[in-house]
Design a protein around this ligand. Structure first.
Ligand code: ZN
Length: 257
C-alpha cells in the first residue's frame, strides 16, 4: 500500500509531467468510477498532495482527487495500449495518465472545494500542539497511533516501523506513556525517514512503481522493516518480527524502549 513518500513521488512526477497541460479526454473503464464530472478542456494548474490524496488542481477551481488505497497506481502511457486492470484514463496532448488498480479500491473524484492545508501531514504544516493535546493520550500503542490517519496522515506499516526504530521507542509502548520530548523526537525522526523515502522515490517491496513504472530505492535503506534476524544498526542487537494489531511489527527489543 503506498504511503506518504510513494504518493509524494507520484505527485512530483505528475506535476512535472502535466502542470500547464490541457485535458483532452477522460475515459472510465470501471463502473465503480462512473459519474465523474466532465473535466474535458480543463487545464491542470498544479498537482498537490494531502496525506495520501493526490489532487490535480484545475483552472476552473475544481480538482481531480485520487486516492490509491491498496493496490492503485498511476502510470504514464505514451501509446494507446492499456495495462490490465486500467480503470481510468486521462488523455493529454502527448500521452495518458492511467489509473491501474487490480483490487479496485482506488477512488477518483472531481471536487469543487479547494484543497485545504492538512495539519495531520508531517511534511506540510503538521500541528504538533494539537496532536499532543488531542491524540497523544489515547489508549493505543504508539505504532497503531502513528498509522491512524485521523491522527497523522500518510504513515503505514513500513514507515511506522522505521520511524520508531530510529526514534528508539518501542512500538508496543502505550501512546500516553510518551512524554512531550519523546513525541518531538518521533516527529523529528519521522520527517527524516519520510524525506529520505521521497528522495529514494518510495519503497518497492511488493508492487510499488512510480509514474514511469520504475521501482523506488528506499527498500535498500530500511533498518527495521522486514529485517528480522539481522543485526540492529544502532546497538548490534537482533531485529525481531512480532504480530501487532493483525500486522507484522519489526523492531529491536534491545534499543527500542
Ligand atoms: Zn537496536
Amino acid at each position: 500500500m503506498p504511503e506518504l513518500p510513494e504518493v509524494e513521488t507520484l505527485c512530483r512526477q505528475l506535476h512535472a509531467r502535466v502542470a500547464g497541460e490541457k485535458i483532452l479526454a477522460t475515459v472510465v473503464y470501471d463502473d465503480k468510477l462512473a459519474g465523474l464530472g466532465s473535466v474535458r478542456d480543463c487545464m491542470i494548474k498544479a498537482v498537490r498532495r494531502s496525506g495520501k490524496t493526490i489532487a490535480l488542481m484545475l483552472n476552473d477551481g475544481r480538482s481531480i482527487t485520487i486516492h490509491l488505497r491498496m493496490t492503485g497506481r498511476l502510470l504514464w502511457q505514451q501509446d494507446r495500449k492499456r495495462e490490465a486492470h486500467t480503470r481510468w484514463r486521462m488523455t493529454l496532448a502527448d500521452g495518458n495518465v492511467d489509473l491501474v488498480d487490480p483490487r479496485r479500491f482506488a477512488t477518483v473524484k472531481v471536487e469543487t472545494t479547494g484543497q485545504e492545508k492538512d495539519f495531520k501531514d508531517l511534511m506540510t504544516g503538521f500541528n504538533e500542539k494539537t496532536f499532543l493535546e488531542k491524540q497523544s493520550a489515547r489508549k493505543v500503542s504508539v505504532k497503531i497511533l502513528l498509522m491512524d490517519p485521523k491522527a497523522i496522515a500518510g504513515i503505514g506499516n513500513i514507515y511506522a516501523c522505521e520511524i520508531l526504530h530510529r526514534a528508539g521507542i518501542s512500538p508496543f509502548r502505550q501512546a500516553a506513556t510518551l512524554g512531550e520530548r519523546e513525541w518531538r523526537t518521533v516527529f523529528r525522526q519521522a520527517r527524516c525517514i519520510l524525506k529520505k523515502g521521497i528522495e529514494k522515490r518510495g519503497t518497492s517491496i511488493s508492487d510499488w512503481r512510480d509514474l514511469y513504472g520504475c521501482q523506488g530505492e528506499n527498500q535498500n535503506e530500511l533498518k527495521a522493516y522486514r529485517q528480522e534476524g539481522k543485526t540492529c544498526c544502532v546497538c548490534g542487537g537482533v531485529i525481531a518480527r512480532v504480530k501487532q494489531g493483525g500486522r507484522s511489527t519489526f523492531y529491536c527489543p534491545q534499543c527500542q524502549k
